[in-house]
Write a protein that binds this ligand. Structure first.
Ligand code: PSU
Ligand code: MN
Length: 304
C-alpha cells in the first residue's frame, strides 16, 4: 500500500527517530468549518502539537496521493476549496486515488492512512456515530467500523448530539471499542462537557492513557480507542441553546431531504449558522484542547 503514500519529510524524520507524531484529519478543514477559520485552525492545531513536543501530520489526498503531513499551502488548497473537495471515507479512497483527485479525509479515512504511515495517535473534534433515527435510515458513520479494526487512538470531544449517543455507545461496545474519558465519568457531547451517557473508563493522566493503549495493542486486541476529552468549561455552550439549535438543524435536514454523506456537513453548517458563529468558537477551542492532549499521549507512548 505504501507506493500510494507520501510522508512529508518532517513526519518521516520524526517517525524514523521514534519521536511522537499526531495525525489530524482534513474533512474538518474542508467540510467542518468555513473559510478562513478552517485554515487558521488547521495551522493553529499543528502549532499546538509542536509546542507540546510532537510532530503534526495532517492527512488528506492530493491529486490522488495519500498524504501524511501537509505544507501550509496544501492546507490552504483544501480549506479554500471547501465542500467542492470530495469528502473521503473508507469507501471513497479507491475512486479518489485512481482518479487523481483531492480528498478530505474523515476520521475513518484518516485512521487508515495514519495506520499505513505508522502513526498511532490522532486528534480531531468529534467522531461520526449512529445518527438519530438510524433504526429506519441505517445511517451509521463508517468511523465506527474503522474504530473496530484500525489501531489508532482518536482524541475527540465526544460526539455531537446530532447523533444518538446511547446507540453510538452500544455500537462501540459491540465492536469492542473502549471509550476512555480524560478526567470525566460522562461521555462529553462536543459543545457540552456532559451528556446522559457514561464513558467506560476514566483515566486521569496522558501516561495512564498511553499505558492503556500499549496494553490493548500488546494483547493483540486490534482496533481503535475513543479518548473523550471534554471541551474546556470556558468555551462550553449551554445545553438548552445547543439542544434547540440541533433540533432545528435536524428538522431542516428532514425538510430538504438531506441524506447520506451530506448529512453531517449539513447539520454542522446549520448549527454554526443558527448560533451566529458561537458554536464555531467552541469547535475551534475544543480541537485545540484535543491536539494538546493527543501530543502528550503520543509523547508518553514513545517513552515506553
Ligand atoms: N463531527 C464533527 N465535526 C466533523 C465531523 C464529524 O463534529 O467535522 C466529520 C469528521 O470528519 C467525521 C465525519 O469523520 O464528519 C463523519 O461523517 P459521516 O457521518 O458521514 O460518516
Ligand atoms: Mn452517514
Amino acid at each position: 500500500m505504501t507506493p500510494y503514500l507520501d510522508i512529508s519529510p518532517a513526519v518521516a524524520k520524526a517517525l524514523a527517530a521514534g519521536q511522537p507524531v499526531v495525525a489530524l484529519e482534513s474533512t474538518i478543514i474542508s467540510h467542518g468549518m468555513p473559510w478562513p477559520q478552517n485554515a487558521e485552525t488547521a495551522k493553529r492545531v499543528e502549532h499546538i502539537i509542536r509546542d507540546n513536543g510532537a510532530t503534526p501530520a495532517t492527512i488528506a489526498i492530493l491529486n490522488g496521493r495519500l498524504k501524511a503531513g501537509l505544507s501550509h499551502e496544501e492546507i490552504d488548497i483544501l480549506a479554500q476549496a471547501g465542500s467542492s473537495v470530495i469528502k473521503c471515507s473508507r469507501r471513497d479512497l479507491p475512486f479518489v486515488v485512481a482518479n487523481k483527485q483531492h480528498g478530505a479525509t474523515t476520521v475513518a479515512a484518516t485512521m487508515i492512512i495514519a495506520a499505513m504511515a505508522g502513526i498511532q495517535v490522532f486528534a480531531t473534534g468529534g467522531i461520526g456515530g449512529v445518527h438519530r433515527g438510524a433504526e429506519t435510515s441505517f445511517d451509521i458513520s463508517a468511523d465506527l467500523q474503522e474504530l473496530a479494526q484500525t489501531n489508532v487512538a482518536v482524541v475527540c470531544a465526544g460526539a455531537k448530539s446530532i447523533l444518538d449517543l446511547a446507540l453510538t455507545r452500544e455500537y462501540l461496545e459491540t465492536y469492542g471499542v473502549p471509550i476512555v474519558g480524560y478526567n470525566t465519568q460522562q461521555l462529553p457531547a462536543f459543545y457540552t462537557r456532559e451528556s446522559n451517557q457514561t464513558v467506560d473508563y476514566n483515566l486521569t493522566t496522558p501516561n495512564q492513557i498511553a499505558d492503556f493503549l500499549t496494553t490493548k495493542w500488546d494483547l493483540g486486541l486490534d482496533g481503535g480507542v475513543v479518548i473523550a476529552n471534554p471541551i474546556p468549561q470556558e468555551f462550553a455552550m449551554t445545553k438548552t441553546l445547543i439542544d434547540k439549535v440541533i433540533s432545528q438543524a435536524l428538522a431542516e435536514a428532514r425538510e430538504r431531504g438531506i441524506t447520506g454523506k451530506d448529512t453531517t456537513p449539513f447539520l454542522l453548517s446549520q448549527v454554526t449558522k443558527h448560533t451566529e458563529g458561537k458554536s464555531l468558537v467552541s469547535n475551534i477551542e475544543l480541537v485545540c484542547n484535543n491536539a494538546q492532549l493527543a501530543a502528550n499521549i503520543a509523547s508518553h507512548l514513545r517513552q515506553k
